[in-house]
Design a protein. Structure first.
Length: 166
């Protein structure tokens, strides 16, 4: 029987690698443009950088990000503003809140449970803040770009750049 690793599957693995380079790029751009809002979105064929940034600066940051990941700077693949963090934290808090309401039959019982539900949601929120980066590292990014290469970097608008990889 052959072991199948879903994280190495076509479409998933290239997306994870692109996600890591996207994060590394945003780390580099954030250091160059402190306080400037930016974000990204990855897919199997590359990623987008969102923010009012000069194309040449995006190009330099992407090139540096890929080189630094290839040199082993895996920490660049993890970003505190990643949607993984928000999804994990929000999801755990919601599940904890739902759990706190199990067995309630009416509005009065639910109101009486609000202090418990608040505590459960807060604990889940704290757990999510620690779990999000771990999931980034283990699941949603791959800090080893391997043979991944940058094909093109171009502006779509003044606030959106496309990075194409292969």
């Amino acid at each position: 029987m052959t072991n199948i690793n879903i994280l190495q599957a076509p479409y998933i693995h290239p997306t994870r690698r692109n996600h890591a380079i996207e994060h590394a790029t945003i780390h580099i751009l954030s250091a160059r443009f402190p306080g400037k809002g930016m974000g990204g979105h990855s897919n199997p064929t590359g990623f987008f950088i969102i923010g009012d940034l000069p194309t040449e600066q995006v190009r330099e940051a992407v090139t540096e990000a890929l080189a630094r990941l290839k040199n082993g700077e895996a920490r660049l693949a993890i970003h505190p503003g990643c949607g993984t963090n928000y999804a994990v934290t929000g999801g755990l808090a919601a599940l904890a809140a739902l759990y706190g309401f199990i067995g309630t039959k009416n509005t009065r019982e639910r109101i009486e449970r609000l202090p418990l539900v608040t505590i459960l949601a807060a604990l889940a929120f704290m757990l999510g803040q620690s779990l999000g980066p771990v999931l980034q590292q283990k699941v949603t990014t791959d800090a080893d770009p391997g043979d991944l290469a940058i094909v093109d970097i171009y502006p779509i608008t003044s606030r959106l750049h496309r990075v194409v990889t292969r």
